[in-house]
Design a protein around this ligand. Structure first.
Ligand SMILES: Cc1cc2nc3c(=O)[nH]c(=O)nc-3n(C[C@H](O)[C@H](O)[C@H](O)COP(=O)(O)O)c2cc1C
Length: 392
């Protein structure tokens, strides 16, 4: 069983990421985790915070001499900004009241519901944890999951498909792993993680226009998982269905408002005959295959051997330069929300976070299938299962 948690406040000492259930003997390097953290920090339209932080993960436990031990792996990402926040975020009661409370909830944030739920009169006690700074810890954990998947030939990637009203022109060849890999490679070179160079330019302009007006933008992206065998997840119980697990994981990312699989919402308006991925058999390759992938690689809550395709929509960033109306919780008087240092667009970063969450869900489903406490055992069981599918 794979379990993982994050902890830490946005301006606290740092973030902690903890994962248990990774088998022993998996090569693990902080360098790869740091590379992934770097990818999350990029993208056009980010705010000042990204210039302060160059995230680095320290491996605190669970790894010895470059390989996992099978014990819980914990990672620490220090907040560089902490030195400026020592009094404001101190755990010491001596500092109580040394900085004024935040009493003005921002629309679109956890501020008001969180203050009401936890009975906090200082909204900082909510926003410090609800902030998307937490996603750095998820990306670090995702890097651990990706390391496992890579050992088994499973790759994850993502690319941005729209920012504001600008849509990328991408041929949706979701059945072809090489095509997906090429889209990913192009995305990695784009400031907006978009494989369409022309659209990237228009997206940049849309971000600039929004920024000049004191506004923000959202967008959409696709995550893929290529190389996974058929049969991860299960149809037998609602909470084992893999599409449901991916949807929960992606929806839990800050500002994600919709998630779909494969053709997603568009399938609803089409005919069954246009949509279903018909089944063929190749005697030469001794395998079943499809010519389309509208189901996004999942049927009945299980992978079907085609690439898994997940799409997500991110709302515009809720903190704007242009004031939004809200009500002060100390006076109950109306005010116009003040600006804080903030992103104008974080769609590229969100796509990297979604890759991480998808990798974690895939790794969990995979380990459920194979079992195994060491990588040798996992690989042995994995190969045996693949042969079973091949010989079926
Ligand atoms: C990578 C990433 C970066 C974000 N950056 C900001 C930001 O700079 N300012 C902001 O107001 N919201 C930002 N958000 C969105 C908020 O964290 C999010 O909207 C808020 O926590 C409320 O959660 P909800 O939108 O899921 O309801 C970001 C989200 C992500 C995924």
């Amino acid at each position: 069983m794979l379990r993982f948690f994050t902890s830490g406040e946005s301006h606290g000492k740092g973030l902690i990421a903890l994962i248990e259930g990774i088998p022993a003997g998996l090569p693990m390097a902080a360098d790869f985790i740091n590379l992934e953290l770097r990818r999350r920090q990029g993208g056009y339209g980010r705010g000042g915070r990204m210039k302060i932080e160059t995230d680095r993960a320290e491996i605190i436990s669970g790894v010895r001499w470059g390989k996992t031990l099978g014990s819980p792996i914990s990672l620490l990402i220090r907040n560089k900004d902490w030195e400026n926040w020592q009094a404001a975020m101190s755990e010491d009661q001596e500092f109580d009241g040394s900085v004024p409370p935040v009493t003005r909830p921002r629309p679109g944030h956890a501020d008001l519901p969180g203050a009401l739920k936890y009975a906090h009169k200082d909204i900082r006690n909510i926003l410090e944890r609800s902030s998307a700074r937490e996603t750095a810890a998820r990306v670090a954990l995702g890097a651990v999951a990706k390391s496992l998947l890579q050992e088994l030939g499973i790759r994850t990637g993502s690319y941005v498909t729209s920012v504001a009203a600008v849509e990328a022109r991408i041929t949706p060849v979701h059945k072809n792993e090489d095509h997906l890999a090429r889209l990913f490679q192009k995305a990695e070179k784009s400031l907006l993680r978009c494989p369409d160079a022309k659209a990237t330019e228009l997206m940049k302009q849309a971000v600039d226009r929004a920024s000049a007006r004191g506004d923000t933008v959202g967008g959409t992206f696709t995550v893929f998982i290529a190389g996974a065998p058929a049969g991860l997840g299960s149809h037998v119980q609602w909470d084992r269905k893999l599409d449901g697990l991916y949807a929960r994981a992606l929806m839990s990312i800050q500002a994600i408002k919709a998630v779909s699989v494969g053709g997603g919402a568009e399938l609803a308006g089409m005919k069954g005959s246009q949509v279903m991925d018909e089944i063929f058999y190749s005697g030469k390759d001794k395998s079943y295959f499809r010519n389309t992938n509208n189901m996004g690689g999942i049927e009945g809550g299980m992978t079907n051997g085609m690439p898994v395709i997940l799409n997500a929509s991110m709302k515009p960033i809720p903190t704007l330069k242009r004031p939004l109306r809200s009500v002060d919780i100390s006076t109950r008087k109306a005010f116009a929300a003040a600006y804080e240092r903030s992103d104008v667009c974080a769609v590229p970063a969100a796509s990297v976070v979604a890759e991480a969450m998808s990798a974690l869900v895939t790794a969990e489903a995979l380990l459920e299938k194979t079992g195994g406490d060491s990588m040798a055992e996992v690989i042995r069981n994995y190969n045996a299962y693949r042969k079973q599918v091949q010989d079926f």
